[in-house]
Design a protein around this ligand. Structure first.
Ligand SMILES: Cc1ncc(COP(=O)(O)O)c(C=O)c1O
Length: 443
């Protein structure tokens, strides 16, 4: 089974002459070696996207579970968003000035998200994360941020630590080192790394840095290292620890926001942070992110004490997309979230059965609107060190085998659902998955 990729191959050869590595983000880089992320050694060249499907430039069609790395929660090109964006483009693409829609979007976001009393818009998630870390330090007057191993908060220097470090360089499991994610990063400054889902370790680390930690930052459901939910009661206890230490609790909801519930993971889990950041799913595919939080904390920005800026912040086309998207998510919440959970859980169950039928040990875990497939005999994956023990090279091979069969999952084994995925799409995906598993070399 081999796709025809002649046009893609030519485009890639051309791109490599002018674009470093031929791609515009490392997440799309083709890694040569024993576990290439594409059998063909060619990145996906998309011609168009609609609903739950992508068409590549060679005419191959894919059921898409990457969804632009999460944003296309309503599927590609939802008509409400296309209409709003098209209307706005004709009225102006960039103002770098105030306009009426931004406050309407902020008002709706505040109504939907439990912790949100005030909002500031940015363009992408990395920027919003940067804003949150600066605000936490500026507001509390403390120097340190505590982040969890395996959590990703964007690619900027201060935050790109200990995402997927080599375990032999990552230090003790209960007090990990801060391992840089790239060459060229300055040494870690004022960063404390904690293991996820280990309350005792967290309590010890917060005690060791008593009075110094401005903020504790977490993906409330960890989606950049598997799809790992917090243990029951864990985040509530983290909230209490933050209160006891006078540290702000910051949720990075760039993936979970508007995906797990209209109010994000904070609604889904019933734990309210002081600050949170949103991006991806909030604007139907346009690049809009937001920092939201308690008025008293956000006032440190209102007064100008903590700087926050950006030429493209609340760019009207993005805001039009956010307004249309949030209206659908808010006003049709039962239908939207009912579909996302029903499809996600049906697909999870189908993939489990397909793996069992193929005799392949596999864990399928996560909330449903996003979930992870792991090659492991373990019954659960609770933190980065567990994740690192799963067979990630084999997952890359599965990704390639699925692409050949017209299914596009995130190469590390993560699956995003949209409201555009149908029951028939789920059934076709399960068939392709079983078939792909049977082609893999024995593990
Ligand atoms: C949890 C989380 N935070 C932050 C980011 C950074 O967002 P962006 O890629 O839009 O800069 C991402 C991106 O995947 C993410 O998953």
């Amino acid at each position: 089974m081999t796709r025809s990729l002649d046009v893609s191959r030519d485009l890639y050869a051309h791109a490599k002459r002018f674009i470093a590595g031929g791609v515009s983000s490392d997440a799309r880089r083709i890694v040569a070696g024993p576990s290439p992320s594409s059998t063909a050694g060619v990145p996906l060249y998309v011609d168009r996207a609609e609903g739950a499907r992508l068409w590549d430039v060679d005419g191959n069609v894919y059921l898409d579970y990457v969804l632009g790395q999460g944003p296309a929660l309503l599927g590609h090109c939802p008509p409400e968003v296309v209409e709003a964006v098209t209307a706005q483009v004709a009225r102006g693409i960039v103002y770098s000035a105030q306009h009426a829609a931004e406050a309407r979007v902020a008002e709706r976001l505040c109504a939907m998200v439990p912790s949100a009393e005030r909002v500031r818009f940015n363009t992408v998630g990395s920027e919003a994360a940067h804003a949150a870390w600066r605000l936490a330090r500026g507001h509390t007057g403390r120097p340190k941020i505590l982040k969890f191993e395996g959590h990703y908060h964007g690619w900027l220097d201060p935050v790109l630590y200990s995402v997927h470090p080599p375990v032999d360089a990552a230090g003790p499991a209960d007090a990990p080192f801060a391992v840089p994610g790239t060459a060229g990063q300055p040494p870690a400054a004022d960063l404390v790394i904690a293991p996820w889902n280990d309350l005792d370790a967290l309590a010890r680390l917060m005690e060791r840095h008593r009075g110094e930690i401005a903020g504790v930052v977490a993906e409330p459901v960890l989606c950049n290292t598997g799809a790992i939910e917090p243990d029951p009661g864990y985040l509530r206890a983290v909230r209490e620890l933050c209160d006891a230490h006078g540290s702000l609790l910051i949720f990075d909801e760039i993936i979970t926001g508007f995906r797990l519930a209209p109010g994000g993971a904070q609604e889904y889990l019933g734990v309210t942070p002081d600050l949170s950041i949103f991006g991806k799913a909030m604007a139907g595919g346009m690049q809009v992110s937001a920092l939201a939080g308690r008025a008293e904390v956000m006032d440190t920005i209102s007064t100008g004490r903590v700087a926050h800026a950006g030429t493209f912040n609340s760019q009207p086309v993005g805001i039009a997309a956010a307004e249309a998207t949030l209206r659908v998510l808010d006003e049709r919440r039962e239908e939207v979230y009912g579909t996302l959970y029903a499809r996600g859980r049906a697909l999870m169950e189908g993939l489990r059965e397909a793996a069992a039928k193929a005799g392949v040990p596999m864990l399928v875990d996560g909330p449903g609107p996003v979930f992870q497939t792991y090659f492991t005999e373990a019954e659960s994956v609770r933190d980065y060190r567990d994740f690192a023990r799963t067979d990630r090279a084999r997952m890359a091979l599965l990704h390639a085998a699925l692409l050949e069969r017209g299914v596009n999952m995130v190469p590390r084994g993560l699956w995003f659902l949209s409201t555009a995925h149908t029951e028939a799409d789920v059934a076709a995906t399960v068939d392709a998955f079983g078939d792909a598993l049977r082609t893999l070399p024995l593990g």
